[in-house]
Ligand binder design. Structure first.
Ligand code: SF4
Length: 184
């Protein structure tokens, strides 16, 4: 089972739940949406600490390409949909290429994420790559998972990931439509 991990706090319980069910879990880091770089580094560090503490093998794709990510986000009708699709497509493709039976994601663990969007895009990515998507509603275990990260003293982020979500944390949603991406 290839388990895409958006952050250590969401994985701390979800990974062991699947392992307890008998799955052979490999954790996978791919989150180019996390900005700026120091935040990316802190979250990747937390992911690695959780994997070490819970004894999960890990694969890391540490792509950090804000130019590409921001261009795609600004061109998308819905940046969160594009962001989920990117991460789930890469995960599904790796799972298929490396011969995993299935993949899943911690995007299904956070009560702050669009759960149905994660589910439908996971299924879509699975169909395209030709590998199974394992759906679970991990949200019931989210508090337990965060508690585990307190015990492990790993970094816990304060916003979703991109610079827009960092802005929204402090300022809330922008009061007017954002300016156009380019001047024609
Ligand atoms: S708010 Fe979160 S899900 Fe949406 S684009 Fe930003 S990082 Fe991705």
């Amino acid at each position: 089972m290839l388990f895409h991990v958006c952050c250590g706090p969401c994985f701390a319980r979800a990974g062991s739940l699947l392992r307890d069910e008998g799955h052979d879990v490999v954790a996978f880091w791919y989150n180019p949406n996390v900005q700026p770089y120091k935040e990316f580094e802190a979250r990747l560090g937390a992911f690695e600490e959780v994997c070490r503490a819970e004894d999960f093998p890990a694969i890391v794709d540490d792509t950090y390409d804000p130019e590409r990510w921001l261009r795609d986000a600004l061109e998308a009708d819905d940046r969160c949909e594009a962001c989920f699709r990117d991460r789930l497509t890469i995960t599904a493709s790796l799972a298929a290429g490396e011969g995993f039976d299935a993949f899943t994601t911690t995007l299904l663990a956070s009560p702050y994420q669009d759960h149905e969007l994660a589910r439908s895009l996971g299924e879509e990515a699975a169909d395209v790559a030709g590998v199974a998507f394992l759906y679970r509603d991990f949200r019931d275990h989210w508090k337990e998972s965060r508690k585990r990260t307190f015990e492990l003293e790993v970094y816990r982020q304060k916003y979703c990931g991109c610079i827009f979500s960092e802005r929204d944390r402090f300022l809330g949603e922008p009061p007017v439509e954002e300016p156009p991406n380019r001047v024609d």
